[in-house]
Design a protein around this ligand. Structure first.
Ligand code: PTJ
Length: 254
């Protein structure tokens, strides 16, 4: 394996890439997942590789929404398992009624087992969706396979790195969709009621922190926090963050 010098200015990014490439060889991540990651990285560059104030508000609202939900589910694909299994386990500990479900676009029984294994190793106690028996309506891909105990009956679904079709099918099925997607122009970010335009590990870490802060609050307070943001406004603010940053950089001397 290539040795990545700690002194490299992009050390963290290179380590993450190497990890994904290794997980692709194991079969946890699909080749398309590497392309999806590259697209995410490009948007993260534009956003300044940090959580914007509007994303922070969205993440607080997401924590409130998940605490308020009757049957909240966090959906996990290959990229999410490879990048953030530990963060998924931490969110599930902070919100004890949150269920974790495997959901794959490129589904094979082996990949479903690999994702579940990664999540269990990170500390997720119960993993749904390994052998799903129900299907979401209006979706032709294998992403329609869901667990009747999980996504099928969920009222709120947190879907990181999702494709727009499934996010749309979930909304059509009456669910409240919280997406994590660095691309504010993606169809997923557009159809989700609550788009978190932030990098996955940063977003999940904040959702967990906010859930721990909010979990003793009354229902009315949680409802206020959850209702304080709107999807279209969050996407506009993400675009403004990019616009202002590019404008600033275009005026800088070096
Ligand atoms: O494991 P599978 O079979 O379910 O397949 C998973 C992939 C990721 C291949 C599949 O969901 C896919 O093709 O996704 P898309 O349609 O490329 O969408 C992924 C979105 O996530 C893109 O808009 C990226 O900008 C965004 N993204 C990628 N990496 C990150 C991210 N957003 C937040 N954090 C990231 N680390």
């Amino acid at each position: 394996m290539t040795v990545i010098p700690r002194s490299h200015p992009r050390y963290r990014s290179l380590v993450v890439r190497a990890g994904l490439a290794e997980q692709m060889q194991r079969g946890l991540v699909v080749p398309e997942g590497l392309m999806a990651h590259g697209r995410g990285e490009a948007f993260d560059y534009l956003l300044g590789e940090r959580t914007s104030p509007s994303a922070a508000r969205a993440e607080r609202a997401a924590a409130a929404k998940l605490l308020l939900a009757k049957h909240p589910v966090l959906s996990v694909n290959g990229n999410v398992a490879a990048l953030a299994s530990r963060e998924v386990a931490s969110v599930a500990r902070a919100i004890p009624h949150l269920q974790v479900e495997v959901n794959l676009f490129h589904r094979t029984p082996r990949r479903a087992e690999l994702v579940a294994g990664e999540l269990r190793a990170a500390g997720v106690k119960t993993v749904l969706g390994v052998r799903p028996t129900a299907r979401l309506r209006g979706l032709a891909s294998d992403r329609s396979w869901v667990d009747p105990r999980g996504i099928l009956r969920a009222d709120v679904v947190l879907v990181p790195l999702e494709d727009g079709d499934r996010a749309g099918a979930l909304v059509q099925a009456g669910k409240f969709v919280i997406a994590v997607d660095l691309n504010p122009l993606s169809r997923t970010a557009k159809v989700a009621q609550l788009p978190l335009v932030d990098e996955l590990t940063r977003a999940l870490t904040r959702v967990r922190r906010e859930a721990l802060r909010l979990r003793k609050e009354e229902r009315r307070t949680l409802e206020k926090v959850a209702d304080a943001v709107s999807g279209p406004e969050l996407r506009r603010e993400a675009l403004r963050t990019i616009q202002e940053r590019l404008l600033r950089l275009s005026k800088a001397r070096a």
